[in-house]
Design a protein around this ligand. Structure first.
Ligand SMILES: Nc1ncnc2c1ncn2[C@@H]1O[C@H](COP(=O)(O)OP(=O)(O)OP(=O)(O)O)[C@@H](O)[C@H]1O
Ligand SMILES: Nc1nc2c(ncn2[C@@H]2O[C@H](COP(=O)(O)O)[C@@H](O)[C@H]2O)c(=O)[nH]1
Length: 214
């Protein structure tokens, strides 16, 4: 079903008026994928969702929120941080094959809706998503270099400070710190890596990085 979305740019040569030199041995320039999935990934609590939201506003590119069965945290809103759904609702969506990609993690299930992603790609030829490394692999497989991997991280001390400031449940902080080594290990595989120290600087840097890619 994804074939119609995939790049199918064909370049037609101009009519030849004279014999061209044989270019068959010249390197063929890599084709630029038409559809772009801007993937914000990285370590938990590094500010990925906040960054995705601001990028979406500034660039006019839809931020396709994931669906999740995990419990909503005190500072979270349905439709802003996630689409929060029950396990039965999620299962029904999965049964109807409505997720482009889905994972089961410690606290629940998460998935990106095919329909919402399609709509974003139809409208803007690009979408922003926030997923973990499993998700990155899936989108990279499907969209190749059109899946742009932006990796955000903060130090463990920053995670602690931010979570305490937001009065996050202690088990969330504990989980983030526990998972940190397994998440940060992927930072070298990304297309753009940065430490999220000051949110506005982070967003400006990502915009500059994306400038000639969209
Ligand atoms: N650069 C920053 N400086 C200080 N605090 C920040 C910064 N970016 C985000 N925060 C705060 O850090 C916390 C995590 O932000 P956010 O939810 O965007 O991160 P996330 O990586 O999506 O987190 P999660 O892994 O919980 O989904 C929030 O409390 C947010 O207000
Ligand atoms: N592969 C996917 N990963 C996702 C998706 N939605 C969110 N996530 C990632 O899961 C963890 C858990 O997040 P938390 O909000 O419960 O702390 C985090 O790394 C998210 O980025 C998804 O649809 N697919």
């Amino acid at each position: 079903m994804w074939d119609w979305l995939k790049t199918s740019k064909t370049t037609h040569g101009k009519p030849e008026t004279k014999a061209e030199p044989d270019k068959s041995t010249e390197p063929v320039p890599a084709e630029t994928p038409e559809l772009k999935i801007i993937i914000i990934t990285g370590t938990s609590g590094s500010g990925r969702k906040a960054t995705a939201k601001k990028l979406s506003t500034d660039l006019g590119i839809p931020y396709v929120l994931s669906y999740t069965t995990r419990a909503k945290r005190p500072n979270e809103q349905d439709g802003e941080h996630y689409h929060f759904v029950s396990t039965d609702e999620f299962q029904a969506m999965a049964g109807r094959d409505e997720f482009y990609e889905a994972v089961t993690l410690e606290r629940g299930r998460y998935g990106v809706s095919k329909n919402e992603l399609n709509q974003a790609l139809e409208k803007r030829k690009a979408a922003i998503i926030v997923v973990n490394w499993d998700g990155v692999q899936t989108f990279r497989r499907e969209f190749g270099q059109g899946a742009i991997r932006i990796f955000l991280y903060v130090t463990k001390d920053d995670i602690r400070l931010r979570q305490e400031r937001e009065a996050a449940p202690p088990e969330v902080l504990e989980e983030y710190l526990r998972n940190y080594p397994d998440q940060v290990i992927h930072k070298k595989e990304s297309d753009y890596l940065l430490q999220n120290i000051e949110p506005s600087v982070t967003v400006d840097k990502i915009k500059a990085f994306l400038h000639d890619k969209l």
